[in-house]
Design a protein around this ligand. Sequence first.
Ligand code: GUN
Ligand code: ZN
Length: 433
Amino acid sequence: MSSTRTAYRAAILHSIADPAEVGIEASYEYFADGVLLVEDDLIKAVGPAQTLLPTLGDVELIEYENALITPGFIDTHIHFPQTGMVGAYGEQLLDWLNNYTFPCESQFGDKAHADQVAEIFLAELLRNGTTTALVFASMHPESVDALFEAAERLNLRLITGKVMMDRNAPDYLTDTADSSYAESKALIERWHGKGRLHYAVTPRFAPTSTPEQLSLAGQLLSEHEGLYMQTHISENVKEVEWVKALFPERKNYLDVYDHYQLLGERSVLAHGVHLCDDECARLAETGSAIAFCPTSNLFLGSGLFNLAQAERFKVNVGLGTDVGGGTSFSLLQTLNEAYKVMQLQGEKLSPFKSLYLATLGGARALRLEERIGTLQPGSDADFVVLDYKATPLLDYRISQSKSFEETLFVLMTLGDDRTVAQTYAAGRLVHQR
Ligand code: GUN
Ligand code: ZN
């Protein structure tokens, strides 16, 4: 079969390293007039137009003006069954869960409903330039099937799993340790490693699982290669106190997950707003990652994530929208809020670090940096075309910009779904604004 080759010409930017490790200048590649060559579903080459164009031969050339190509964004924490309750008023975490979240998630045992929301959810990810996400489904296996089926149709790289929750939640949303093990196992066998899909063992958070359920979650991880583990940790002060009361024998919150062997290189824990140094050190030791979810942490009044502390301990950090606790599907808007979270702590957030968090940093948190998060040849052709003229204000503001760094920062401050002109997944156009 002959292959399809397409070259995309625009300004091109991608992260190649963490600015915290190599400094800002060595952390990215930028081609003011660049070419991205895609062959079928993979990136074949990236570089300056001047050197690449003469080598292309017979190839379809798509040229964009006033546009920036970057890798597709990576959302390391989001809830698909919370699409219908994003922006719920007035509560902090525990009341918010009881009053808004659990009732909304209860609808996802109905496959037709789950199918409908899966379509809306994935369309929203792609409209916002997110090409890979680590997603909480609900406790219903139907919700996992719905999301994987929809992602498979679009050939997206996507990770999800059934929420495990056998206590401290309404009866209509709880499973049992045994049923959660059996249902998760069946889903793993059906979906894990199929195309670009991966499974995540998903205990919601320590308060909603018995020790028996956490232990079986650890067993699932030991029984299958390459599984992910996703959960929440230390998001809210009352939650942290509750975990202390429920697990008095554990030395801290992280130690609960550690004790049940839930920490490893494919473990992603959302929030970590109130972590101590010991917990950060242990996260780094186990290779686990934190999903930094600024819009959620502000919206639910949870607190300010300490990125400097995570960097000091070399903890892997990805960016999460955490919809529906988070208020936007846009990782550009999430970076806008991340910058403010840093400002409130007297810290800076360079736009190149922001780019890293939304792309290569997320890929590293997911151990997928060989496949996604950069435009290195051999990677999956998951990328976005950002429009410098998306809105009149963005257009005017960028016309006043004196450097590319300034342009990038403005793009992250003013940008949102309107900024994403096209989204490509595995070389295929999956969103056209
Ligand atoms: N902790 C446990 N469940 C949830 C959830 O659904 N959202 C957030 N933000 N935190 C949680
Ligand atoms: Zn969450």
